[in-house]
Design a binder for this molecule. Sequence first.
Ligand code: PAF
Length: 278
Amino acid sequence: MQLITTIAAMRTARAALTTVGFVPTMGYLHEGHLSLVRRAAAESAAVAVSIFVNPTQFGPREDFARYPRNLERDLALLGDAGVDLVFVPAVEEIYPPGFGSYVTLPAADELLEGAARPGHFRGVATVVCKLLNIVQPTRAYFGQKDAQQVAVVQQMVRDLNMPTTIVVVPTVREPDGLAMSSRNSYLSPEQRAIAPLVYQALLAVQARYQTGECDAALLRAAARTLLECTPAMSIEYVSVADPLSLRELETVGAEGALVSLAVRLGGVRLIDNLFLGR
Ligand code: PAF
């Protein structure tokens, strides 16, 4: 496995390869990331992974400084997984003095994570655009857990005619249903014990839908009722939205729906989602 820190070296290493599957990450890897790596390895001749905690996607009051980092452990996991290239640039390599071009998707900023985290998707789209330009992968792999991020990246790749295929990989969950996330490491034992309620709330919506309920307000209420029983949890949003536009639905029709939610558990923000009708 080659550890690369500069854009020039990354371009040289990539040029020697045929098909490349690319997994962009912010490190502190878990089984969710490794499932993306395994999928990339199955579909391409070589696998490249980036580890870069991207400052531009964090708001001023968010957790950039304390975001968990453990490069040594990450490299050991990626080595064991048979990854070929690991790109670990410094912040100044990606954002040198004078940097001033950003990718924005204004519609995404009005909805869900975009509305809750102003500027977040500008940072995500910009860094993913830069990483795809640097690595020039055949395919790039993203987890379904960040459903709106997937939608943003897919639209950017489509709008800007980028030649990479975006592959979406199912969310990996702990045995009790909690979606894997590097931020789960922030949870205290007490918070960790109640965190699976987030997935249970999604399952409550799914169960209600499976009984024939298509009224989106009543479906949202099924999740809210469960979450509101836990005073430690505060709801940021519960959404039942069109799976393509991510606009809120009144009724779930033939196209199904993306059910997504964000809650705060103390200082920790948890998100999760599932599809209805797929
Ligand atoms: O999902 C993430 O870890 C990040 O948003 C990404 C895609 C690596 C961009 O920084």
